[in-house]
Design a protein around this ligand. Structure first.
Ligand SMILES: Cc1cc2nc3c(=O)[nH]c(=O)nc-3n(C[C@H](O)[C@H](O)[C@H](O)COP(=O)(O)OP(=O)(O)OC[C@H]3O[C@@H](n4cnc5c(N)ncnc54)[C@H](O)[C@@H]3O)c2cc1C
Length: 467
């Protein structure tokens, strides 16, 4: 049986033809730089596209789409390359690489940002923070704005300003026919509903326009560490402490072995810890007051929660998720950190073997939950917490064991699962994609898919099949 990720071979004549209407680089397997450009962030994904089309703008994207459609080529679309299951890579076929499209324009008066598809989170934050502004985004600076936003986009300022999609004003998109479409609340409104959570199913988004909001430049942020043995008390305290916290406060509970980083004292490195990482998006003095109970609870091993530039906090997790390691994730939402969930968290956290496996438990609620559920395709606005269970290794060695640990942890949480965030799915099949959207939204997305992509040309994504 042929793999859905394997396309047909692209002949030299065809490549020459594309070159006539293409401004960016076209990279063949025999060309210098092929290996560098075919790689994605997750080192466990190793695919070899027949051609890499490095787009410089909308004209290149349209040329690449028409070229592929006319030849019935398998197409992978890449912006930041951070898809956990490697859906922005293919064997043979055409890789449409938006990486060179790095344009960012901030309008500080209108408080908007126009952002091209190849921009990474850290690149956007750097520009917006020039004006003390930010668009909601994620927690690792080398993630792509495009893929993150199209799935929803969770991050440190979500409880104050919502998800990335909640501050999205419009997108420009190239359809499966190569047509150029703008979608906003006023233009192609159903498409705009669908791209806010529906991923890359409806076309290639070339440009995003975001509303910006004041953030920083200093925030009170960072982790407080406790020994894993203290996790039962820490997590119960944490649950009660955040129950009625202000929207400015966003937290993520982390379980892992303390990483080998310059900020971690040598004697702590490798020790199993529970950390609560906080970020207060508001005045520093208010933030210091709000996080004080956290810092004073029990006997922390380390306290790095303090005033710092928002840009520095955004980089905090970068070193823990570098390009090229082998990554596997299991994810689910739960309604609450009740005692049953905490018992599971404690039991499986203690079993972390790898120095680089970790669990992130995201606090949801706030502005995310206040937006009407039907307003966007994103599902799970009422989730209490989102689990991201990462079974990682630095190479193939030990990867199977880490994956098994992640699966076991996730299965133990089974009775508590509510939904799942689509951007945290692996390649898990149609039922899980349906679960991520819920049946009603999934059916509505299917109808939209039939309208914009009836042949499923864009299928290397969390796929919504047209039929
Ligand atoms: C280290 C790490 C940290 C993360 N942190 C967060 C976080 O804080 N918050 C969060 O919400 N998520 C987070 N994620 C998940 C992340 O949102 C998804 O992996 C997302 O798909 C990455 O986007 P990308 O552009 O880098 O990915 P890519 O691999 O380039 O693309 C991912 C998917 O989107 C499609 N796609 C990409 N660009 C376009 C486009 N321009 N138009 C249409 N379709 C497109 C691709 O075809 C593919 O199916 C994280 C992932 C990683 C690996």
């Amino acid at each position: 049986m042929s793999s859905p990720l394997r396309g047909t071979v692209i002949g030299t004549d065809a490549v020459d033809q594309l070159q006539e209407s293409f401004r960016g680089d076209l990279i063949r397997p025999s060309d210098f730089g092929y290996d560098e450009h075919r790689k994605v962030w997750n080192g466990s994904i190793d695919r070899n596209p027949g051609l890499i089309a490095r787009c410089t703008g909308v004209a290149d994207v349209r040329a690449a789409v028409r070229f592929s459609r006319d030849r019935d080529l398998l197409v992978a679309v890449r912006s930041g390359g951070h898809s956990f299951p490697g859906l922005s890579a293919c064997d043979r076929g055409l890789l449409i690489d938006l990486g060179p499209m790095k344009g960012i324009r901030i309008d500080p008066d209108a408080r908007t940002a126009r952002v091209q598809a190849g921009v990474l989170l850290g690149e956007l934050d750097r520009e917006t923070q020039q004006f003390g502004l930010a668009a909601p985004s994620g927690i690792v600076t080398h993630t792509g704005v495009a893929g993150l936003t199209l799935g929803g986009g969770t991050g440190w300022i979500q409880r104050k300003y919502g998800l990335a999609i909640d501050q999205l004003e419009s997108v420009d998109l190239v359809t499966a026919d190569g047509e150029f479409v703008t979608a906003s609340e006023d233009r192609n409104a159903e498409l705009f509903w669908g791209v806010r959570g529906g991923g890359g199913n409806f076309g290639i988004v070339t440009d995003f326009q975001f509303r910006l909001n004041p953030v920083g430049p200093y925030v009170v942020a960072g982790p407080v560490f406790w020994a894993m043995e203290d996790a039962p008390e820490v997590l119960r305290f944490y649950r009660d402490w955040i129950a009625d916290c202000p929207d400015e406060l966003m937290t993520i509970a982390v379980q892992r072995r303390a990483p080998d980083l310059p900020v971690i004292p040598t004697e702590l490195v490798g020790r199993h810890i529970t950390a609560i990482v906080a970020c207060y998006t508001g005045p520093v003095e208010d933030g210091e007051r709000v996080v004080r109970p956290l810092k004073e609870f029990g006997s922390p091993l380390l306290d790095l929660c303090e005033p710092k530039p928002f840009l520095a906090h955004q980089m905090m997790f970068d070193a823990s998720f570098p390009h090229g390691w082998w990554y596997y994730v299991r994810a689910c939402d739960v309604a609450a950190l009740d005692d049953g969930v905490i018992d599971i968290v404690v039991e499986h956290g203690e079993r972390i073997a790898s120095a680089i496996s970790s669990v992130a438990i995201w606090q949801m609620g706030g502005a995310v939950a206040r937006i009407e559920d039907g307003a966007t395709a994103f599902n799970g606005r009422k989730a209490g917490f989102t689990f991201n269970i990462n079974g990682n290794s630095t190479s193939f060695e030990g990867f199977d064991a880490e994956r098994q640990w992640a699966r076991d942890y996730w299965s133990a949480l089974g009775p508590h699962h509510t939904s799942v965030y689509v951007n945290f799915l692996m390649d898990e099949g149609e039922d899980r994609v349906r679960q991520a959207y819920g049946s009603d939204k999934y059916d509505r997305l299917k109808a939209l898919k039939r309208q914009y992509d009836p042949t499923n040309f864009y299928r290397l994504n969390q796929n919504i099949e047209p039929n």
